[in-house]
Design a protein around this ligand. Structure first.
Ligand SMILES: *Cc1c(COP(=O)(O)O)cnc(C)c1O
Length: 397
């Protein structure tokens, strides 16, 4: 059984704050500054360019990828780190489309994060030739998987409502229809158990600054199913995905397996922070995290519904149908969230009216949930949000 007091002790949480936004940017693990400092001093400063070999910088995307692979149920050697999630979505879609050359449709749903849809739209425009992005309502997704569909792009957890797709069933259906399945695990990795290999995902992508606490700008990951490892053609054919980058050949030859999904120079500083952040998983079990997350979200939902009339639950009531966040609709949600933040409870706001709260058991416990509801009740009951300064929208909401 995971000791959640021990996992909580891994993180720096500023005094007096209840941080319910680890689903958007995880807090800093206490080990990160020393690890970064050691890397800067002992590796960059002292080794200089020798660090690529001596400190293992060049292998870091694969080494860290293997640690992420364990958290998403992927085979060793099937995950590599780099770039941002938007880029990885593009890469996965481009390779996946080529596997089904006689079809033209990418299928996604309106609960997907806009960047995934924007990247798909951009790719479709670049390809021309009748390619199409088809976006349907989440409920209509299963019946939209027809034999026209080349690629299903499924984000398991809806960033707005927290609704969880049955990604295993959708993947089975996609395969039965002859389509290739691309999974986006942005709100899954580090939050809910998933089985990329057992469920037969063809590609999976995700980010590491949310539930994996890698820090702002931490690199994304991409999984390429081993059965496609020698045939998938990388669309972003950068030199570090080449079979022999330092041969400096004029022609591109894809590297072995998922290595071909590398593009350019890895973000070594960010990967170092992420590597330190992943240590907490040595003492945390994903099934325990999931069970506790379901308990915390239920506690929050019950308390808010009892004490904050006026807020409407936007997240599925069935714990098995939600990820690790809870969203409530409230017309003055933006101002209410600012009022909460001013009182030390940090969540976030998603237009048009969603107040979003992330529950991350590695560092959030029942006392935090109860204390957060106390503040939320006060803000709503006493209309503490009703002040002009809480209505001014910042660039990041
Ligand atoms: C957070 C998130 C992103 C963000 O992409 P970046 O390129 O890392 O900024 C993309 N897709 C989904 C589904 C997300 O939740």
């Amino acid at each position: 059984m995971t000791d959640f007091a021990a996992t909580k002790a891994h993180f720096h949480i500023p005094d007096g704050l209840i941080y319910l936004d680890g689903n958007s940017l995880g807090p800093m693990p206490k080990s990160v500054p020393a690890r970064m400092q050691a890397m800067l001093q002992d590796e960059w400063a002292e080794m200089l360019i020798r660090g690529w070999n001596q400190a293992g910088w060049m292998d870091q995307p694969r080494r860290v990828g293997d640690r992420v692979a364990r958290l998403i149920g992927a085979e060793p050697g099937s995950v590599v780190m780099g770039d941002t999630l938007s880029i990885k979505v593009y890469q996965a879609l481009a390779s996946a489309l080529e596997m089904v050359p006689d079809r033209r449709v990418i299928l996604s749903d309106s609960g997907n994060f806009p960047s995934d849809l924007y990247m798909a739209e951009g790719l479709v425009k670049t390809l021309g030739d009748g390619y199409e992005l088809r976006v349907v309502e989440p409920d209509a997704y299963p019946e939209a998987i027809t034999e026209e569909v080349a690629v299903t792009l499924i984000t398991e957890v809806d960033y707005r409502t927290g609704r969880l797709h049955d990604i295993a069933a959708l993947t089975e259906q996609a395969h039965a229809a002859g389509a290739v399945a691309v999974w986006d695990l942005a709100h899954t990795a580090g939050a809910t158990p998933t089985q990329v290999a057992a469920c037969g995902a063809d590609f999976a992508v995700g980010c590491t600054y949310k539930y994996l606490n890698g820090g702002p700008g931490a690199p994304a990951f991409i999984y390429l199913a081993p059965r496609h490892a020698e045939t998938a053609r990388p669309a972003l054919s950068g030199w570090l995905g080449h079979e022999a980058p330092f041969a400096f050949d004029l022609d591109y030859r894809p590297g072995a397996g998922v290595e071909r999904m590398r593009v350019g120079t890895p973000p070594v500083l960010q990967l170092t922070a992420l590597e330190a952040a992943l240590d907490v998983w040595d003492i945390a079990d994903m099934a325990d995290v999931r069970a506790r997350s379901q308990g915390l979200t239920q506690l929050f939902i019950d308390a808010v519904e009892a004490r904050c009339p006026g807020l409407t639950l936007a997240t599925p009531r069935d714990p098995d149908q939600r990820g690790s966040q809870v969203s409530f609709r409230f017309a003055e949600g933006y101002a209410a969230m600012q009022a909460l933040i001013a009182r030390g409870v940090i969540g976030d706001f998603r237009a048009p009216d969603i107040m979003r709260f992330g529950f991350t058991p590695l560092f959030i416990d029942e006392d935090d949930v109860r204390a957060a509801v106390d503040v939320l009740e006060e803000v709503i009951r006493d209309r503490l949000w009703d002040r002009p300064e809480y209505r001014t929208r910042a660039a990041v909401t």
